[in-house]
Design a protein. Structure first.
Length: 206
């Protein structure tokens, strides 16, 4: 039985995800994964989660962790168009914090992205152009991405160097990293930061 170790860093959520998977009877992989989130918010301790990891690579359909996709052309084609849905971890429960101000912030939920990727394969690597949008109603944001990857596959291991650029819409960024007007009013130090960051012509004075 072949085992595979997957290691990836999810920078947006400051989460480290490690998984170990083995060949499964249905032709894919099955295993367990562990996700580690450091202490990002005041009063909320670091967290480790264990989740099942499933994978399947078919001629048109593939399932890679938290991403499910269907490709129009057979796998490995020079040109391909993939329609996919991705589950994103982003949950934040302010009640988990023992800090009074943090507990006044709004709750954030995990969300689902749906989109399409155009993929071009060549001897120089794989070029991808992706567009995705929130389909779960969490924030209605979207993202666009261009990327280059160079898969290196061996019998027992694989490595894929890559470089890319991702653009996130204002709604997407606001949901993950921003604060609402109501949160600014509820937490005084947030409003103070907002006022002090405005240009002199836009600052609020009383």
């Amino acid at each position: 039985m072949k085992n595979r170790l997957v290691l990836s860093a999810l920078l947006a959520g400051s989460t480290l995800f490690v998984s170990s998977a083995s060949a499964a009877p249905f032709g894919g992989t099955i295993g367990v994964g562990a996700g580690y989130s450091p202490e990002i918010y005041t009063g909320i301790e670091s967290e480790t989660q264990v989740i099942p990891v499933l994978g399947y690579e078919g001629e048109h359909l593939y399932w890679r962790g938290l991403s499910l996709a269907y490709e129009l052309n057979p796998r490995g084609s020079q040109h391909n168009l993939a329609f996919h849905v991705d589950y994103k971890f982003a949950a934040f429960d302010p009640d988990d914090s023992d800090n009074t101000d943090i507990r006044k912030l709004d709750e954030r939920d995990d969300f689902v992205l749906g989109g399409v990727t155009y993929r071009y394969r060549s001897m120089a690597g794989v070029y991808e152009l992706t567009g995705m949008a929130d389909i779960s109603g969490a924030h209605d944001g979207w993202l666009g991405e261009v990327a280059w990857r160079f898969p290196i596959r061996q019998q027992q291991w694989g490595l894929t160097p890559s470089v890319g650029y991702t653009y996130y819409s204002d709604d997407y960024n606001q949901y993950l990293y921003g604060v609402t007007a109501q949160e600014e009013l509820s937490v005084p130090f947030l409003l103070a930061l907002r006022v002090n960051s405005l240009p002199a012509s836009e600052r609020i004075t009383a």
